[in-house]
Design a protein around this ligand. Structure first.
Ligand code: SAM
Length: 234
């Protein structure tokens, strides 16, 4: 998978690939990272990339010209690149999107700054738009890293043990059961001894009960989905 980050601030992104799982994936050439700075494409003599909004209003807006040229360049290099814009107004990014996008070969993430990007750029180049939640960040870089991280875990060879993917939360309506590490008792709090007896069917039903409990507490609407699904299976 190749990721192109279209950003004015590539340093904000590079650090995330300098450690842990994504660093290893990059070293193994499973991930290729490229940066495209709209400022490098600005035809303004001071390499300006933003201006005040047409019609007034607070703050600066990213100009169309540098982004049109940067994205044209990108598409000339690879016409199949999938271009994703990060914006707080779009649909929220979900695990299903992460899995679907992990099948692409090349994704570009376009990060806005200031009051955002001239809408004509979005209209012309966006294949998809995503928000990471109902709050406003200063820029799209963190949001693009969130997508990139969630997508990458679904690419073969990125995780040490890909079995962990199939039991995680959001694979089914139920959230994953709580996890416990060793020792069995710590600070006078003990994990069920059922875990130590090696009866796998008992452990499975214990985990299912805990999953249901956790889902009821954190995401009751998901538990409802689980129950409806189960009733159809009967
Ligand atoms: N004026 C815009 C509005 O009210 O919708 C917000 C602009 S925000 C300060 C600057 C940039 O940060 C956006 O263009 C977008 O790329 C990114 N951004 C901010 N919040 C985001 C979110 N929740 N999800 C995805 N991207 C976000």
């Amino acid at each position: 998978m190749k990721y192109t980050f279209v950003t004015l601030f590539s340093n904000l992104i590079e650090g995330y690939f300098s450690d842990s799982i994504l660093k290893r994936a990059r070293q193994k050439n499973i991930l290729e990272i490229e940066y495209l700075n709209p400022r490098d494409f600005s035809t303004n003599k001071h390499f300006k990339v933003d201006d005040t909004a047409v019609g007034g209003g607070a703050g600066m807006v990213m100009n169309p010209q540098p982004l049109f040229d940067a994205l044209n360049h990108l598409k000339n290099e690879d016409e199949d690149v999938h271009i994703v814009f990060l914006t707080p107004v779009a649909k929220p990014f979900r695990q299903n999107d992460a899995k679907r996008l992990s099948k692409k070969k090349h994704i570009a993430f376009v990060s806005g700054r200031y009051e955002g990007i001239d809408e004509r750029v979005v209209e012309k180049y966006a294949d998809e738009l995503f928000s990471i939640g109902d709050y406003i960040l200063t820029g799209g870089e963190l949001a693009s890293l969130v997508l990139c991280d969630a997508i990458s875990r679904n690419i073969d060879g990125v995780l040490g043990n890909s079995d962990s993917l199939s039991v995680e939360s959001f694979e089914t309506p139920l959230l994953e059961a709580p996890s416990f590490s060793k020792p069995q008792c710590y600070d006078n709090i003990c994990v069920s001894s059922e875990y130590l007896k090696g009866n796998h069917s008992k452990i499975r039903s214990l985990k299912l009960a805990m999953s249901e409990c956790k889902t009821k507490f954190f995401r009751p609407e998901q538990l409802l989905k689980h129950k409806v699904r189960k009733s159809y299976e009967k």
